[in-house]
Design a protein around this ligand. Structure first.
Ligand SMILES: [Zn+2]
Length: 237
């Protein structure tokens, strides 16, 4: 006979709910599904207390799996760094191909070729790719910014410094001191969307709020900004 009951445990600030099934199996199994449900299957004679302790021990892993499913295809998605995985660069899809050899990262056709001495060391693949993206983000975002800054220079907008760094929630922002901050993750979206974020933030250096004057300035330099904004929000959020 199959019995299934709902239980929950507390993990930090979050509650993990799971269904419990008893079966003839000899060890306890935990599965997390794409809809973020958690199913636990325990040996028929296993005490509930023991089940709870085991689930608590695996809570960190369960949360990680749930987050993975919750964030698929978003900028915060966590890659596994295995061959066949998709990475975006300037809005184009590339497949990761992990090769054995001397450390390097290369774009070739539709592939990111990452070469490492030991293919099982995911941390090294991650670091190589991260620094490749970071370097390209730094160079490209700064170039695009300089281009737009010279186009918009007649507006006499005060500007102090440009900072490229990873941000969780926003593509760009600016400070009252005239600093413009761009999310390094922008390197994954098409250049026309990158330009939209840059011009939007440059306009904020003049008008902090989204008022008419702000939108007039934005439209003056980027008449199709709405189209670019929609593309960015639809495809890359
Ligand atoms: Zn804004």
């Amino acid at each position: 006979m199959k019995t299934e009951t709902e239980f929950e445990i507390q993990y930090g600030n979050s509650t993990i709910q799971f269904s419990l099934n008893y079966s003839a199996r000899r060890t306890l199994g935990i599965s997390v599904y794409p809809d973020q449900t958690v199913k636990v299957t325990a040996p028929a004679n296993c005490e509930l207390k023991k089940v709870m302790t085991k689930v608590e021990k695996k809570a960190g892993w369960i949360q990680k799996q749930k987050r993975k499913y919750a964030s698929l295809d978003r900028p915060t998605w966590t890659p596994e760094y295995v061959s066949g995985e998709t990475f975006y660069f300037l809005g184009r899809r590339y497949r990761l191909r992990v090769l054995k050899g001397i450390e390097s990262v290369k774009l070739s056709g539709k592939f990111f070729l990452v070469t490492v001495p030991d293919k099982s060391k995911k941390g090294i693949i991650k670091n190589l790719l991260d620094s490749w993206f970071k370097n390209h983000a730094n160079e490209l975002l700064k170039n695009r910014f300089e281009r737009w800054q010279s186009i918009i220079k007649n507006e006499k907008i005060y500007f102090n410094a440009i900072i490229v760094r990873k941000m969780q929630m926003r593509w760009g922002s600016c400070t009252e001191k005239g600093n413009l901050i761009l999310n390094s993750e922008l390197i994954r979206v098409p250049v026309d969307c990158i330009d939209y974020v840059i011009v939007h933030e440059i306009c904020h250096l003049k008008y902090l709020k989204h008022n008419n004057r702000f939108y007039n300035l934005l439209t003056k330099y980027l008449p199709d900004w709405e189209k670019r904004k929609m593309k960015l929000e639809k495809d890359y959020r």
